[in-house]
Write a protein that binds this ligand. Structure first.
Ligand code: NDP
Ligand code: HSE
Length: 440
């Protein structure tokens, strides 16, 4: 059978990995797909560089629309990124009846509903394994491998840049800014690294997983997003002393009131496997009622790890290309008429436990006042630790850090208690609040 023809839009980090892996493993890939898969046309702004990657036999153009317009192209891979031209090109490719593969989590998390609807109407597939956790086949696992389950929760380290930064800060005592520069040099960070460090990239990814796990539309605008820029070295150290590590987690949970969808720094017990995922590696835990807790680990970024996921999508599409559209795996795991309107909860409604750090005057009665306010609010304390504030040598005798771990309570209740504690004259700095998950 004639090879399926693929057009590639954007041949940067992931695009070049895709081209190279497809070429290198051509025979095995064909054996699995049942048909050859060939990238026959590439669009990139830098035509000369693109041509040097693909060699003289592949047509390279600088106009992505020429690829979409080519009637021989069956599948379009979008590896440009962002919401701008990428969105227009994906919608145009769908309108032209092409299947689409993309690694663009930002695009799908924000415009996924429109894109999937357009694809369903046209009877084409939009595949996005590479958009979440790079080389880890987590979309496949959630959408197909766990299909028997009522999924209860997912928690993942799904941004390599921030995990690298947190690991280096903890291991080497390095400053945030120094480690961020290193992450950019190593190519982990997004074009705009604020997406990484402010939690936006992780929120894009957990939004997609949430939709697949719970059969709800993609709703990035409902996600609570908090990054790692305000984390201090002191909190990383205190968490360690209490038996926890701090990770930037993307969390989505089914609760009786609705779906939790959130990204924030999280204390995780140091004994959990996920707490020991270091550097730029990713890991996702998914808990289903039948299977229990499962864990997926691997490289969440990089040229060939991400290409591995892009090519898996190419193979899936090649196998299902001729199948009736109704027989294909639905984009969001559930058939369009089974997508539910279960609400995504506001952060104030989320129930979790907390780590609090208060810089207080080292005087009699201060701790009693603080714990008294928590008791009045009905918030139960799990552990208390008091430490000298070692970074302020001259005043060390008059100030101290009090660290409190609480049991579960609603975020709104904690917000009210924090406001009262903050107003105490003996609380000398803004209180640090980090959420805690046992992931048992
Ligand atoms: P790169 O910036 O390395 O590559 C993007 C390429 O697209 C560049 O070669 C760029 O050319 C080209 N391009 C830009 N505009 C156009 C256009 N209008 N027409 C044709 N080509 C264009 O990005 P990545 O490969 O890192 O990322 C691609 C996508 O994959 C993004 O959505 C990203 O979020 C996602 N992703 C990336 C991962 C990674 O590890 N890098 C991991 C998982 C997902 P030029 O350089 O000349 O501007
Ligand atoms: N910037 C992302 C990360 C790339 O650091 O994980 C993979 O999506």
């Amino acid at each position: 059978m004639k090879p399926i023809q693929v057009g590639l839009l954007g041949i940067g980090t992931v695009g070049s990995g895709t081209f190279n892996v497809l070429k290198r493993n051509q025979q095995d890939i064909q054996g699995r797909a049942g048909r050859g898969i060939e990238i026959t046309m590439v669009a990139d702004l830098d035509v000369a560089r693109a041509q040097s990657v693909v060699g003289p036999d592949v047509k390279v153009v600088n106009d992505a629309r020429a690829v979409i317009a080519n009637p021989d192209i069956d599948i379009v891979i979008e590896l440009i990124g962002g919401y701008g031209i990428a969105k227009a090109l994906v919608l145009e490719a769908i309108a032209a009846g092409k299947h689409v593969v993309t690694a663009n989590k930002a695009l799908l998390a924000v415009h996924g509903t429109e894109i999937f609807a357009a694809a369903s109407a046209k009877g084409v597939m939009v595949a996005f394994e590479a958009a979440v956790a790079g080389g880890i086949p987590i979309i496949k696992a959630l959408r197909e491998g766990l299909t028997a389950n009522r999924i209860q929760w997912i928690a993942g380290i799904i941004n390599g840049t921030t995990n690298f930064i947190l690991s280096e800060m903890r291991d080497k005592g390095l400053d945030f800014d120094v480690v961020l520069k290193e992450a950019q040099r190593l190519g982990y960070a997004e074009a705009d690294p604020t997406f990484d460090i402010e939690g936006v990239d992780a929120a894009h990814k957990v939004t997609l997983m949430s939709a697949i796990a719970f059969g709800i539309p993609v709703q990035f605008d409902k996600a609570y997003v908090e990054g790692i820029t305000k984390l201090g070295a002191a909190d990383i150290k205190y968490a360690e002393q209490l038996g926890y590590r701090i990770k930037l987690l993307g969390i989505t949970k089914r609760t009786p009131a609705g779906i939790e969808l959130r990204v924030h720094p999280t204390l995780v017990p140091a004994k959990r496997l996920i707490a020991n995922v270091e550097g730029a590696m990713n890991a996702v835990m998914a808990h289903g009622d039948a299977v229990g807790t499962t864990l997926y680990y691997g490289k969440g970024a990089g040229s060939e790890p991400t290409a591995s996921a892009v090519i898996a999508d190419l193979v899936d599409i090649t196998r299902l290309h001729t199948a009736d559209a109704a027989q294909r795996v639905p984009h969001l795991a559930f058939q369009p008429d089974a997508i539910s309107n279960t609400p995504v909860l506001a952060m104030s409604e989320v129930v979790t436990s907390y780590y609090l750090r208060l810089r207080v005057a080292d005087e009699a009665g201060v701790l009693a006042k603080v714990t008294g306010l928590l008791a009045e609010a009905g918030i139960s304390i799990d552990a208390v630790l008091q430490r000298e504030a070692d970074e302020i040598s001259g005043e060390a005798a008059t100030q101290t850090d009090v660290i409190i771990l609480t049991h579960d309570c609603a975020e709104a209740k904690m917000n009210a208690a924090l406001a009262q504690m903050q107003a105490l004259p003996t609380v000398l700095q803004p209180i640090t609040r980090i959420r805690k998950e046992e992931l048992a």
